[in-house]
Design a protein around this ligand. Structure first.
Ligand code: SF4
Ligand code: MG
Length: 337
């Protein structure tokens, strides 16, 4: 069963401060994204910063309004729901935020922090409220003693647990984790991932796991969607990503080459990866968004936008390289060096 589903969901921002806005001033942060999360599934949403992942999460939570497209929750179209009505499903979807320490008020106790979402909704008796908070803390491995502590008394891993406990007070069905471990070291990251896996089984949760770090994805996720400049360019089972990723952007992410110093890395075509194929100043308004950085770009890529199409069972990619190959073999070989 599909817990959440988007159909060509789009969010366009208008660049500000121009007297005469043109079509080029409309920046699609999320561009016709069709994705779903099955009940009990962990979907990884991967892409570098600025690819639109967080905006997509904010659209799901109703914190942003979609410019176009549809959002369905439990099969029900909630795209045009008003703020009040959305609150009823908001509690079923909760967010685990990026940076724990800065997202907490240093003057609040853990009990108050974890109970904050309940206060925002109101209407829970004090005794029940305390019980819910302590249960949530217990679920993340923090005993009742932690309820009286303050953020500065906790380690990074404990803060992250508090963050998760706060998201659990409503007994949500979907947890959206946006770069939840970016501040943690490898060992703590593993511990928190293990905790999330346990909670998934125990509470029947589904996750949307947003990250720019591919290393944790194949272990933690069932399926991965790769996002580039607001668009989904590839989706496939997480366990197969290292061997079977088709899209040059996914491959570049896997090789961890795309951003640090792209000029040092020459593509087969002789053009440095990362250097625009089009004259400077000209924006790509048609064709493939990845064109200017793609070592395998072909003339067709500058004019025709590739559609996200099924290339193999449970595997979709948006790339002209595979246009003629039913089974996902590239119609030309390429190598990202
Ligand atoms: Fe590269 Fe063309 Fe595929 Fe885009 S469509 S990723 S430019 S080969
Ligand atoms: Mg982000």
């Amino acid at each position: 069963m599909r817990l959440i589903e988007t159909e060509r969901l789009t969010k366009v921002y208008q660049r500000e401060g121009r007297w005469f806005p043109s079509a080029n001033d409309a920046v699609p942060a999320v561009d016709r994204v069709s994705l779903h999360v099955e009940k009990g599934e962990t979907l990884g949403l991967v892409g570098e910063s600025g690819s639109g992942k967080s905006t997509f999460a904010r659209l799901l939570l109703g914190l942003e309004t979609a410019t176009e497209g549809r959002l369905l929750f439990g099969g029900e179209d909630v795209t045009r729901w008003g703020f009040k009505r959305l609150r009823t499903i908001r509690s079923r979807m909760q967010m685990v935020f990026q940076n724990s320490y800065s997202s907490f008020d240093p003057l609040f106790t853990v009990e108050r922090i974890v109970g904050e979402p309940l206060s925002n909704y109101g209407g829970m008796a004090a005794r029940k409220r305390r019980r819910v908070i302590l249960e949530s803390l217990d679920m993340v491995g923090l005993g009742a003693a932690y309820a009286e502590r303050y953020p500065h008394e906790l380690s990074g891993g404990q803060l992250q647990r508090v963050n998760i406990a706060r998201a659990l007070v409503f007994q949500p069905e979907l947890l959206i984790c946006d770069e939840p471990f970016s501040s943690l070291d490898f060992k703590l990251r593993r511990q928190i991932l293990t905790l999330l896996e346990e909670l998934k089984i125990r509470l029947g949760l589904s996750y949307l796991y947003i990250t720019h770090d591919l290393s944790s994805v194949s272990r933690f996720c069932d399926r991965v969607a790769v996002m580039y400049k607001g668009q989904i360019v590839e989706t496939l089972p997480a366990a197969r990503i290292a061997e079977e990723a088709l899209h040059p952007y996914t491959r570049a992410l896997l090789d961890a080459v795309p951003v640090q110093d792209p000029r040092l890395r020459r593509s087969k075509t002789g053009r440095p990866v990362g250097e625009p194929a089009l004259p400077h100043g000209e924006s790509v308004i048609q064709g493939c968004r990845f064109c200017s950085r793609c070592p395998a770009a072909m003339p067709v890529c500058t004019t025709v936008e590739p559609a996200l199409e099924r290339k193999r069972p449970f595997h979709h990619a948006a790339c002209h390289l595979y246009a003629n190959e039913a089974e996902g073999k590239a119609s030309q070989t390429f190598q990202i060096v």
